[in-house]
Design a protein around this ligand. Sequence first.
Ligand code: AFP
Length: 324
Amino acid sequence: MPYPSLPEALSQQDIDTDLQTVVLQLADTSIAISQALAKGALAGVLGAAGAENVQGEDQKKLDVIANDLIKAALAKLPAVRGLASEEEESVVACNTDGRYLVTFDPLDGSSNIDINSMVGTIFSVLESSGSGEVTEAEFLQPGRAQKAAGYVLYGPSVMLVLSTGKGVTMFTLDPDSGSYLLTAGNVAIPSDTNEFSVNMSNQRHWASGMQRYIGELMAGKDGPRGKNYNMRWVAAMVADVHRILCRGGLFTYPWDDRKPEQAGKLRLMYEANPMGFLVEQAGGEVWTPEGKILDIQPDHIHQRVPVILGAAEEVTTCVSYHQE
Ligand code: AFP
């Protein structure tokens, strides 16, 4: 039986045609990004762009290329009222009569580009109630209000993973036809796991609750958990969360004391919220030490947040250690 195409799958999802158009445009643009990534050094697109983004991080040439491709593609759509990107300081107005707002990280994990390892594009679609000039305030909606969220993983194969609020579906790009085809549905994260994902080099900077939780996992069979755990860290959230959607696990980017004024490393509106939407839709939990991420009322488009997500039982245990 042939795999359903992305447009066929979207037409079954009871979402309006404007939202379908936005998702299809993001999917089409990701194919152009995957082609730029595939050419790599041959197209002279590796390395630094020589500038910093609003977060003070060095921009890679491909960060800029991916951002410009998505921005131009979305701005053409009458359905898109505005966009916000990791690489743009302020929100960008598109079509004032449009109904949707899109936030995105054009190339997540971009430090992996120069080592030819996995990177991704993350996106979130919100509905706007605004009219006239587009403002940042319209974007500041809790993650639970997302109308669609997803990512594209540029790996050995290119995959689009999507939720419009009715579960999570995975599509694989067929390089022969240039179409995304549905290859997995009903994605579910088991409630327990023996695999976790964290940058251990920051351990000494974490809060005591996180020190205790990860310490117990590291103690393995000899510790209070009585079983051995495995650790994986790709350093691109898209790839680490993709693994969790495929085979379970816990992912965290904790709060740490190096920049106490900065809640965490990951960005709420174009990293934690869209990935959190997918993980909750797959039956996982998505928390900061204080509460569920999708319930946070954002106060800034580039806001950062500590993230603990994945297997429900593990996330609950980890959060409870922070609250003791
Ligand atoms: P970049 O896109 O700036 O490379 O950052 C990626 C990321 O925000 C997230 O995707 C990773 O989980 C995390 O940073 C990796 O952080 P470390 O550099 O601490 O490994």
